[in-house]
Design a protein around this ligand. Structure first.
Ligand code: CMC
Length: 424
């Protein structure tokens, strides 16, 4: 363990340092306030390590992403989503028997309690599926009140992973006024989701293997991303010992915002807008450079990646392949390619190290799979579930965990006397 020295108003303080397994160094300031009365300030937490974690490693300068040490490129090429869920949550790739048991659990917990259907009925027809997903995941806590019992955690993890796909697809069926489709036990996790989304009672539904593979890939690429906004929210809520369902529902709400998971919906809306404006992408690049316009290129930029987002690289290639395999010709793909080209050569974007992120091409693939635009962020949430669960579990099991409670620099008025209303 090394040390860092801090000189504050002439007084010197020694602070211990911590080093991660990939060599990144942190200065442990946990005792700073009791030693010096000073706190650190880091708006947006861009320079703050909130925990020790052995789940996901990112090197933003080099475009590296690994889950439990495995490069994302290898997992994307070889693994199934349920294998990745197991890896993230339990720390190692499952052997054949472990994977079979895990998949069986995912299959047999996919049904919702029939009473939950009444909750769906209460929403207006155009309710955003992210609002439904978040509320329904919280509602699961009412059906499984013993979720926090130590010997039931694994069971409830399976329930959550499995029932989330049922909730997501029912929220879609509800939005288009079609009857709910029940899960089938003979289908895999990803097949079952497609079946519940797209089957109709009147005719048999055949799962298209290209769609299923694309779904598997998209879910894997979204499965974890260390301490991002929604994951930090899950840990924050979980640190108060709120239950699993409530903590994950909070993460779903955080993900919904357009600067986070909501960006995938915004990207397609932006590309559509450019298309309707005569494919004039240069105009939108110029607008994004003009701060007064308030416009940003959605799907561009990242807090951590400053070279390229490895997930975006994989998805760009996949978008070409999936659209070709499905025989889809989407003009938005050409606009996205051109926009990327122009932005990557523009000094504004080069200087700020702004590159396409995971959300830039994902929406084009979802559209080709006929997943509607307002479901894109729900798809992100389904993918991110194992990451949230793994991080929640790690937080719970870490003896160093305390309730999360940042401090602040107060900038409001000093003490003043209450003024009677007639004097104001
Ligand atoms: N278009 C135009 N300018 C941008 C963009 C953009 N998409 N992103 C950042 N900038 C500029 C920004 O104006 C600032 O310029 P300056 O230094 O002159 O003030 C500089 O680049 C740094 O931006 P920032 O907002 O300080 O960076 P941040 O790390 O706080 O924000 C971000 C990261 C992802 C929220 C931001 O890049 C953004 O708003 N991107 C668009 C939304 C988006 O695609 N979000 C999905 C993120 S990836 C999936 C996920 O993790 O959820």
């Amino acid at each position: 363990m090394g040390t860092a020295k801090l000189i504050l108003d002439g007084q010197e303080y020694e602070l211990p340092t911590v080093v991660g397994s990939e060599g990144e160094v942190g200065i442990d300031i946990s005792k700073l306030r009791s030693l010096s009365r000073a706190i650190t300030v880091d708006s947006g937490y861009g320079n703050t390590g909130s925990c020790h974690s052995a789940i996901t490693f990112i090197n933003g300068e080099q475009g590296i992403l690994r889950y439990r040490g495995y490069p994302i490129e290898q997992l994307a090429e070889h693994a199934s989503f349920s294998e990745v869920c197991y890896l993230l949550i339990y720390g190692a790739l499952p052997n054949r028997q472990q994977l079979e048991d895990f998949n069986e659990g995912l299959t047999y917990h996919s049904m919702l309690h029939e009473d939950m259907k009444k909750l769906f009925e209460g929403y207006p027809p155009n309710a955003h599926p992210m609002a439904i997903l978040s509320s329904m995941v919280t509602s699961l806590a009412t059906y499984y009140p013993n979720a926090m019992q130590e010997d039931r955690i694994d069971l409830n993890i399976l329930r959550l992973l499995s029932k989330a796909t049922t909730i997501a697809s029912l929220s879609y069926k509800k939005s288009i006024g079609q009857p709910f489709i029940y899960p089938r036990n003979d289908l895999s996790y990803t097949e079952n989701f497609l079946h519940m989304m797209f089957a109709v009672p009147a005719e048999p539904y055949e799962i298209n293997p290209v769609r299923e593979r694309a779904l598997n890939l998209l879910l894997i690429l979204h499965a974890d991303h260390e301490q991002n906004c929604s994951t930090s929210t899950v840990r924050m809520v979980g640190s108060s010992q709120a239950n699993l369902y409530a903590s994950i529902a909070a993460g779903i709400s955080a993900l919904w915002g357009p600067l986070h998971g909501g960006a995938n919906q915004k990207v397609i809306e932006m590309l559509q807008m450019i298309h309707e404006d005569g494919d004039n992408y240069q105009k939108y690049v110029d607008m994004a450079k003009d701060k007064s316009s308030g416009f940003r290129l959605m799907g561009f930029g990242h807090r951590v990646y400053k070279n390229f987002d490895p997930r975006a690289r994989i998805l760009k290639k996949a978008a070409d392949e999936v659209l070709e395999d499905l025989g889809v010709n989407d003009p938005l793909l050409d606009i996205a390619r051109n926009l990327e080209q122009v932005a990557l050569e523009d000094e504004f974007f080069v200087k700020r190290k702004l590159y396409p992120n995971v959300d830039f091409y994902s929406g084009i693939i979802y559209s080709a799979m006929t997943i509607p635009t307002n479901m894109f962020t729900v798809m992100f949430a389904l993918g991110r579930l194992p990451g949230w669960i793994a991080q929640w579990k790690e937080m719970r099991e870490d003896p160093k965990t305390r309730i999360n409670r940042p401090r602040q620099i107060y900038t409001g008025p000093k003490e003043r006397a209450y003024e009677p209303i007639e004097d104001r």
